[in-house]
Ligand binder design. Structure first.
Ligand SMILES: [Zn+2]
Length: 205
């Protein structure tokens, strides 16, 4: 099976070519290009979040933890009504470490319990779900960026699915990666909704 290095190299190369093409053909600016590159690069790693002990999962766990820690620090070091804020530095540091470990553990446990390697995360819906999520997140940046991140996310995740499919001698990247029809249906409905939301934002510009 293609390993982490293989997935990240192919995703990086494809994203670089994609961003260059976007800059020439659609005049993507610096913000659109860099966000799109990030979306494409990370997209190439996303499906392996379903793999226990995989590098992408550990990295995502660290990001989830850091995100929570940053929010906790912002909350307890600011002035406000609850919990007698702002806290002294030592307690802020403790709150940061505590939220990091709590969120990291919850995130990793959920993925461990709820996913199976090459299950739903390797479904053909995931490129579009990931693209839709990126587009919604960057909606404030304008139509060109929404389009850029959507294209590159889809492309990035597709590089992963195609590489996996090629190596396992199943040249059908379109197959649903799970026999659980109810879960697949929910995933596709979610994907459709997120993309609908992303594209309504796109046409608002
Ligand atoms: Zn994979």
């Amino acid at each position: 099976m293609p390993n982490f290095d293989c997935h990240i190299s192919v995703a990086a190369l494809t994203s670089a070519v994609g961003v260059a093409a976007g800059a020439i053909l659609f005049d993507w600016d610096k913000t659109a290009s860099s966000l799109a590159f990030l979306a494409g690069l990370s997209g190439g790693l996303i499906p392996d979040l379903d793999c226990d002990q995989s590098k992408p999962r550990r990295m995502a766990g660290v990001f989830a933890g850091l995100g929570c820690a940053a929010m906790a620090v912002g909350f307890v070091s600011g002035h406000g009504q609850f919990l007698k804020r702002p806290w002294p530095p030592a307690e802020v540091a403790l709150a940061a470490a505590g939220s990091f470990f709590l969120c990291n553990t919850i995130f990793m446990e959920i993925l461990k319990k709820r996913t199976r390697h090459r299950g739903l995360f390797h479904s053909f819906a995931v490129p579009f779900l990931y693209g839709g999520l990126w587009s919604c997140l960057t909606a404030g940046q304008g139509g060109r960026t929404i389009m850029a991140v959507w294209f590159l996310s889809v492309l990035g995740v597709l590089t992963h699915l195609v590489l996996d499919a090629a190596k396992s001698f199943s040249f059908d990247p379109l197959k649903l990666a799970t026999s659980d029809l109810a879960a697949s249906t929910r995933l596709w409905i979610l994907t459709a909704l997120v993309n609908f939301l992303a594209f309504t934002r796109l046409f608002a510009f």
